[in-house]
Design a protein around this ligand. Sequence first.
Ligand code: HEM
Length: 417
Amino acid sequence: MSAPTMDEAAKVFVDPAAYADDARLHAALTHLRAHQPVARVESQHYRPFWAVTKHADIMAIERDNNLWLSEPRPLLATAAADDLGKQQLEAGMGLRTLIHMDDPHHRDVRKIGADWFRPKAMRDLKVRVDELAKRYVDKMRDIGPECDFVTDIAVHFPLYVIMSLLGLPEEDFPRMHQLTQEMFGGDDEEYNKRGKSPEEQLAILIDFFTYFGQLTASRRAQPTDDLASAIANGRIDDEPLSDVDTASYYVIVASAGHDTTKDAISGGLLALIENPDQRDRLRRDPELMGTAVEEMIRWTTPVKEFMRTAAEDTEVRGVPIKKGESVYLAYVSGNRDEEVFENPFRFDVGRDPNKHVAFGYGVHFCLGAALARMEMNSLFSELIPRLESIELAGAPQLAATTFVGGLKHLPIRYTIR
Ligand code: HEM
């Protein structure tokens, strides 16, 4: 493939289709890292921003959370969607999740749910997660010898785990699944069932708010031992969280908690199919599971970006950035940075060190990182020893989305014990 022009390269960030085409995406990112690691992107429907593609710059920006703020532009959205989000918040029906906030409010809100994701909580949850992993690998055996690994397995396992942690009833899981896909995958036709008009997008939010409003009321009236109760009854300076902050907390946990992990699991399996030497290595040496999981997360980088806005005039890699201008943290690019990773385009289950930025860095570092790691560890520890053969049964298909995404279909043929 010939090298893209600088303009073509920078356009990938605003083109959902680029994320469904790995070769095109990585050609553009590799080009930018080498020639314009801080690139200005101007595009019709988006306010301008600076795309930052080097690992060291992404880390430095995330580390300095007084200079680089999440407000008012925490992620890439069209100017129209940004404006709509602002109007919705003003009307009391908008999203203000942890990723939208800055300290000190961010720190106080994060604390409310944090205990549920600490190592001790993870150890308590492990038996249950192992049980679920076995259940889904058994299901794979039962529906074999072919399945769509994404829609039959990878979607359900993390959804089940996070809904259980929240304490939601099983009959509500499909509804949460659909809402999350609509909210995160709206760029992709297959996931966008309602359309993209402001009214249609607002309808998704209203559904979330209605559901979670009822949940808050019930957990305040009758607290139970689950994350939903911790959120509903959380207090800052002895005041309950606002309705917007409460509902937004559920939304971020419910959505970030499964779509991301599903992408890492299914993309991880595809990498193992495409690299049989690495699959054999992992089967022979299960001790490698920890590094293998980390490599799957680096390899897939399910969260493509977050953004920060400069609180003061500053510079990145010598490029002046004015107060109020935004930078786009290109995690996908950071995780293939040749200066940090030896052979970054090689999938290596023993990669160590592996300082990827797939979970971000600094005060917003992914709250659910330990949970995601544990889920993947459980699932692949159950699957790999039981898998006698596996191959593709059709073409894998990536979702066209600029935010959270990965495989939407992975047809496989296999034999499993
Ligand atoms: C492989 C799976 C996952 C990936 C790749 C991932 C990635 C990320 C990234 C990149 C961020 C932003 C970090 C930053 O700005 O520095 C983040 C934040 C967050 N993630 Fe995850 N995540 C995953 C799984 C989970 C799970 C299972 C949960 C469970 C609830 C979760 C909950 C959150 C929350 C609540 C935040 C916001 C944290 C804050 O702003 O303080 N994530 N995640």
